[in-house]
Design a protein around this ligand. Structure first.
Ligand SMILES: [Fe+2]
Length: 376
């Protein structure tokens, strides 16, 4: 192994054993597959002891001006979980000076405050910074006898610290990406809810309809065994499924009497309009496609395109069932609720011809066998 560190220039170099190299390689592989800090610390600590033959190992993280002994398996009494000011501990010295500390006899070294190790077995140690340029921590190993750690031991320690630094960075990047994805999802949810309420302002008779269809569609999909992510995406689509109604005259949406044929034809344009509104936003294109199809029927009798079963998205088929169920069971100013039984009867009578059979069966199961309470 190359003597890379100027602090180690005076030490005797000797080639690392194949066993050490093999073990190091395994550790690098393990660390690159690790997704959490605790596992990084566990792997490093065990490997340090195994590879250096030391009697104890420690994993310190920088916490402002303090050294946080995050993992510790040797010093008695245990320092694990404790914080010490940078100035009074050797890991602080390592981080502030950005170089290893190699101490043959801790009672003879001026950097070690008197008495710190008195109650412990520690007599000698080696400690290196994690990220030499801008240390975020340190890892060290201890021996119970006075001895000079070899160059190979210190170099092994540094390789482990460098690999731990990469693993810690990767965890940070992953957490960052996950948090950005969460924020984006929250922003999309907020935007969709705002859009949904805009439609409902215009059509107060269906106030809350889209939100309830979202919940029912989600519950049907869960009952059908869909994974949670797909159910969430379905719910997002369902809560804006009537967004196109924003382009329909308000007096028509609020008309208490039966619609004429031309009026009904105008209302029917809302499905295509829903698609047209959302299709420009690339992120929302899958939602646009689902809601465009929420009035299609399996036998091709629906609108806007008269699609048949195999061409209708599974998500759209579920929204359809939830939409019909919600519309029939809720009160409208121009008519009372048609009732649960009537809604289930309509759905089961046309299951497989107009409505998706699996979605209808899931909803019937929820209500008849699982005491499902539709959202209010
Ligand atoms: Fe609709």
């Amino acid at each position: 192994m190359m003597n890379r560190n100027p602090m180690l220039a005076g030490m005797d170099a000797c080639p690392p054993s194949i066993r050490v190299m093999e073990k190091l390689l395994k550790v690098v592989q393990q660390l690159s597959a690790t997704h959490d800090l605790q596992s990084v610390m566990d792997i490093v600590r065990h490997s340090v002891r195994q590879l250096t033959g030391s009697d104890g190992a420690t994993f310190v993280l920088r916490d402002g001006n303090f050294c946080y002994y995050a993992e510790e398996d040797a010093i008695s009494p245990l320092w694990k979980g404790l914080r010490f000011p940078m100035e009074i501990c050797i890991s602080g010295w390592v981080m502030q000076n950005r170089q290893p500390a190699i101490i043959e006899d801790i009672f003879e070294d001026k950097r070690i405050p008197i008495g710190v190790y008195q109650k412990t077995f520690v007599r000698s140690l080696a400690m290196v910074p994690i990220k030499s340029n801008d240390p975020v921590g340190a890892i060290g190993c201890y021996w119970s006898e006075s001895r000079t750690p070899t160059l190979e031991e210190v170099e092994v320690l540094q390789v482990l610290a460098d690999t731990a630094a990469i693993a810690i960075d990767n965890i940070g990047y992953r957490e960052n990406i996950a948090s950005q994805a969460r924020q984006l999802e929250e922003a999309i949810d907020g935007t969709l809810l705002a859009v949904a309420s805009m439609v409902e302002l215009k059509d107060p008779y269906t106030s809350g309809h889209q939100r309830r269809v979202g919940i029912i569609a989600f519950d049907i999909a869960r009952e059908m065994g869909w994974d949670i992510k797909r159910c969430e995406a379905l719910r997002r689509a369902a809560i804006v499924h009537d967004i196109g109604k924003i382009g329909i005259p308000g007096e028509l949406l609020a008309k208490p009497a039966k619609l004429t044929a031309p009026e009904f034809a105008l209302i029917q344009t809302h499905a295509q309009m829903s698609y047209d509104i959302l299709k420009e936003i690339k992120l929302l294109l899958p939602i646009a496609e689902i809601i465009c199809q929420h009035h299609e029927r399996l036998d091709g009798s629906g609108y806007p395109h008269g699609l048949t079963a195999e061409h209708i998205l599974p998500e759209a088929r579920i929204v359809t069932v939830a939409d019909v169920f919600e519309a029939m069971t809720s009160h409208r100013p121009y008519r009372p609720s048609l009732g649960l039984e009537a809604a289930l009867d309509e759905l089961t009578r046309h299951s497989g011809t107009l409505y998706d059979a699996a979605a209808v069966a899931a909803l019937v199961r929820l209500i008849k066998e699982k005491n499902y309470q539709p959202p209010q």
